[in-house]
Design a protein. Structure first.
Length: 346
């Protein structure tokens, strides 16, 4: 008991001697959310939103740089046209055009080769079989000797029967072949020539040159009926001034109309080529016409002139078609430039 009392007394003393404890209650004050706090919160939210947006845009941009966008299907809202891979379409269309162009060239070459070989075979057959009824048993030397002579006799008979038609046929053949030679001289392959251009030239030779030349040589003989030494130079001078100017003009104008060109283009072309063509003829025809008006009879002059015309028609056709093709090329270039400028503006 004593011990327990001592312990209790000691405890009581220690409590009494220790400092007093003051228990003060903790008060939590809840402050109201003011407007400034709301503003800071909204700023933080907007910053987070903008950061997220920038991150999304940056990621999309990086993906676009890594993987290029496939925009082969594009809708043209202005014209309402669907453009499906324009580059591929242009490549395919150009390939198709090349294939079609190659096929057209192959067909035209086959047609041209057939015409040339057929005409050559017909001409050679007509020349070699003129005496076919009675040349059996002849040697090759006899055939080569008599065939030219008998063909000449047949030509003279045709001149007596119908001189204008015979001369028209000769001029048509010469102008047809002359244009072919001109195209070969321009660099075209043997069977890759412009058949329409050849027919135009042959048509002009057949319808105009043969008939007009027939009457011109008769008129020239009536104009200079003398036998003096100066007659031949006078005929040559008249031929290379008056007749050459008239015929060159007729040739250019008629060819222009056959190409369906306008009158303004035809006469501008004639104006630009008249003097060069006339002076170019002076390099060839005066020497040929010295033989024409001094040696060759009147009825045979056109045949001799047509033989020389193979050279002259080559020059004449080259001049005429160079101007026409240059004008067509210039018009095509202008049209392409205009269309490209319009497309750029759109």
């Amino acid at each position: 008991m004593s011990t327990l009392c001592k312990v209790s007394l000691l405890t009581t003393k220690s409590i009494s001697n220790s400092p007093k404890f003051s228990f003060s209650p903790v008060i939590f004050s809840i402050k109201p959310i003011t407007a400034s706090h709301k503003l800071s919160t909204s700023k933080n939210l907007s910053l987070l939103t903008s950061k997220r947006r920038k991150w999304v845009i940056g990621s999309v941009t990086e993906d676009k740089e890594v993987f290029p966008a496939d925009n082969k299907l594009l809708k043209d809202d202005k014209n309402g046209l669907l453009v499906n891979g324009s580059e591929d379409f242009e490549a395919v269309s150009s390939d198709d055009k090349e294939v079609v162009g190659d096929n057209d060239k192959l067909i035209s070459r086959a047609i041209n080769a057939t015409i040339v070989l057929g005409a050559g075979t017909f001409a050679v057959t007509r020349l070699l079989t003129i005496d076919h009824d009675y040349w059996h048993g002849w040697t090759l030397y006899e055939i080569l000797r008599y065939v030219p002579e008998h063909n000449w006799i047949a030509y003279e008979q045709a001149l007596k029967a119908n001189p204008v038609l015979a001369k028209m046929a000769i001029s048509g053949i010469v102008y047809f072949i002359g244009d072919w030679i001109a195209q070969c001289y321009e660099g075209k392959p043997l069977f890759d020539f412009d058949l329409q251009r050849m027919f135009r030239s042959g048509l002009v030779g057949f319808t105009l040159h043969g008939s007009l030349s027939h009457y011109y040589y008769k008129f020239c003989e009536a104009l200079f009926p003398f036998q003096d030494w100066w007659v031949v130079p006078a005929k040559v001078a008249f031929d290379q001034t008056v007749w050459a100017a008239v015929w060159n003009s007729i040739y250019f104008v008629v060819l222009g109309f056959l190409r369906f060109e306008s009158a303004a283009n035809i006469f501008s072309e004639l104006k630009s080529t008249f003097w060069p063509m006339l002076t170019a003829g002076w390099k060839l025809w005066p020497f040929a016409h010295l033989v024409t008006y001094s040696v060759i009879p009147v009825e045979q002059r056109l045949l001799w002139v047509d033989c020389v015309e193979l050279i002259w028609v080559t020059i004449l056709s080259t001049y005429s078609n160079e101007k026409s093709e240059a004008r067509i090329l210039e018009a095509t270039t202008e049209a392409n430039s205009d269309s490209s400028s319009i497309s750029h503006e759109e």
